[in-house]
Ligand binder design. Sequence first.
Ligand SMILES: *Cc1c(COP(=O)(O)O)cnc(C)c1O
Ligand code: SF4
Length: 351
Amino acid sequence: MILRTEDLMSRGLVAPERLDELRRVAEKFAVAVTDDMAALIDPADPADPIAAQFVPQAAELETAPDDLPDPIGDERWSPLPGIVHRYRDRVLLKPILICPVYCRFCFRREQVGKDDGVLAPAALDRAFGYIREHPEIWEVIVTGGDPFMLSARRIAAIVRRLDAIPHVAVIRFHTRVPVADPGRVGAALVAALAAEKAVYVVVHANHPRELTPAMRAAVGRLVRAGIPVLSQSVLLRGVNDDTAVLEALFRGLVAMRVKPYYLHHPDLAAGTGHFRLDIAEGQRLVGALRGPVSGLCQPTYVLDIPGGYGKAPIAASAAERDQRSGIWVIEDSAGCKHSYPPRSDPAGGSN
Ligand SMILES: *Cc1c(COP(=O)(O)O)cnc(C)c1O
Ligand code: SF4
């Protein structure tokens, strides 16, 4: 069952006096919480990290001066509905704008959860036409919304059509379903992902409590079908802005054969200012993991540059060049500095 605003109150997940506030948020942004996620919420904890992600708050009604309606500038790069083509070799294909849950910090919150949530068949045909006509497209990232909210039959049709385009080598799905509604990742969905081409699945997970036995089982079904599974997480104040929480999250993922891929700095989505932290805080958090924690557990910390300029890695660099001598200074995980020579020029110069 999907819980909406009133259900959250009747389940005791929000106090009755907050219902009015929730209704006002729900008029602006979609609200849904799956049973699986609701079961993880401790109603007695006002700072519960799962509730913070899914239960609306009055703070969402506040728009900060930095907020943007299209925080990562997708619109600029959308040649037709359902396609975002920002990078030469890959496109986003968005067949659906429905999700199993609506994350309160979502960067596409102005688009997801509306009534016309599924791309019409004619528009989907045009999107496939675009991919066919652009031989530089090597990878198609099926996202949304959440593509695993489509029926297995529709997912199979998308995979089949992409599989048949010779220049498409890689098909990647971005989804929150294995976390939010793991029961959906059944035999039919797994079979729908079978292809000649490489199919990758990237799961969105932000807190170690999301890594339930049911989620682990869903991931296991994907992995046993030969699908490499990666993860992406969003760094969020009040959810995972803590080294121990990030460490537990990434260790938990790796231990279930999921490779942490990206840790996203929060985007400037409307009404999400309360989730934001400074880049310096993020650099400190991810810097503390490097060294003591297995390299498998280190995602790339990235920012999607507002305005549509793409993603950039923003972890602090360990390498700095001394301007005068040209010698590199490298900082180790304990904070000690070491020099490393610049490549010496056989002709005698030193840069
Ligand atoms: C994030 C994103 C991608 C995927 O980027 P990777 O670095 O390959 O994961 C592709 N297109 C757009 C528009 C994106 O925002
Ligand atoms: S699942 Fe993804 S697209 Fe959907 S609300 Fe959450 S962050 Fe946004």
